[in-house]
Ligand binder design. Sequence first.
Ligand code: GDP
Ligand code: IMO
Ligand code: MG
Length: 423
Amino acid sequence: MAVDLLLGLQWGDEGKGKIVDVLTKNYDIIARFQGGPNAGHTLEFDGIKHVLHTIPSGIFHKNAINVVGNGVVIDPVIFKKEIDNLKKFNLDIKTILLISRKAHLILPTHRLLDAASEAAKGKAKIGSTLKGIGPTYMDKTGRNGMRVGDLELDDWKEKYRSLANKHEAMINFYDVDIQYDLAELEADFFMAVKVLKELTFIDSEEYLYQAQKAGKKILAEGAQGSLLDIDFGTYPFVTSSNTTAAGACTGLGIAPNQIGGVKGIFKAYTTRVGSGPFPTELFDEDGETMGRVGNEFGATTGRPRRCGWLDLVALKYAVRINGVTELMMMKGDVLSGFKKLKVCTAYNYKGKKIEHLPFNIEAENVTPIYTEMDGWAEDLTKMETEAQFPKALKEYIAFLEKELEIPIKIVSVGPDRTQTIHR
Ligand code: GDP
Ligand code: IMO
Ligand code: MG
């Protein structure tokens, strides 16, 4: 049985959490393949709004097992909070949540290093979520990291000490003023590790292999978005993992020929949180309206998200890199009330019209070329079928499908699980 993927096609926060929750009824296993607590995946159902950071978004369904894959980085302190927040739902966490022994651990000093690195960059800062993501993946690729499986060894505290000492020397190397009380941070960390160790650790690649062999249906859940991919995103303003389809292979141990459908999620407009280029960003009333109506504030950091028109140049790029087989359009309801909508279909790049994403999309090189379309006034949030859609929305969807050459299979018209129209 092939493994399906679900991933974000923009700069994150496309609505992955909501759609994974909606789709979980069709799957036996939901497996997160990369990223860490920099992610914030929001689910809304039965009047409950819940944000997950490291735990896969299938956790509220009785039928599914949730796997935190080897490609994920785990902060025990945040993980413990996530587990605590789930207590009121009476879930059998030890059974329905399985953690890869090969997943790397975020130490308190990784978080401090993230803060020191950002402070040292000054104006050029990435706008990191300061969760320690970059330093943890650096230790992973530098072959210094600590993994979940290490916690089962007797000498793990020695390994921890030696890595934390090294980190302290590195923090001192940065000429910045970072205030911290390591003893306090470590007390929290050790307590959280205790809680983590009560959960179920597995050799996840073996588990997923056997599950696949037994015909189980697996959905791999991505974090962040394609334009934040370490290789294909707007480097250096990216995260430190491969957020694109290939990341699911390395982040779970799934062979490329075992990948089935690739579900790509995008918002009907574009948002970005943190620094970095964003060609279609709006600084006017339209952008302000998208932010207000769409409630565009980071689910992890609470920072306001930058907003702008849909960028088809970037979206086509993401569709190709990921091999997307079906699309999901989110938050169309936020565009209700705009008289005219703009979609970027090409860039003016150093005076020349281009239709691909070039090496550098900084504002001094790129200005978007727009196609203008009619907007719609109708409130979409209570619509239950496509037949109820206003004509202009149908035209918007048809235009995107023609441009992207991939069908849009889901149109989301609100944050709740039920506000989802399948086509
Ligand atoms: P993720 O990181 O991709 O899971 O997305 P986030 O949870 O960070 O951000 C998406 C936000 O939009 C959340 O607050 C969702 O509840 C909300 N949302 C998802 N789909 C829709 C939709 O179709 N319409 C509206 N208005 N909000 C939505
Ligand atoms: P989800 O899964 C939106 C952004 C940060 C910053 C850059 C690097 O909820 O879509 P990092 O902490 O990874 O070093 O930050 O990436 N970023 C996200 N933006 N959604 C996310 O996750 C993000 N995770 C990281 O804002 O610009
Ligand atoms: Mg998010």
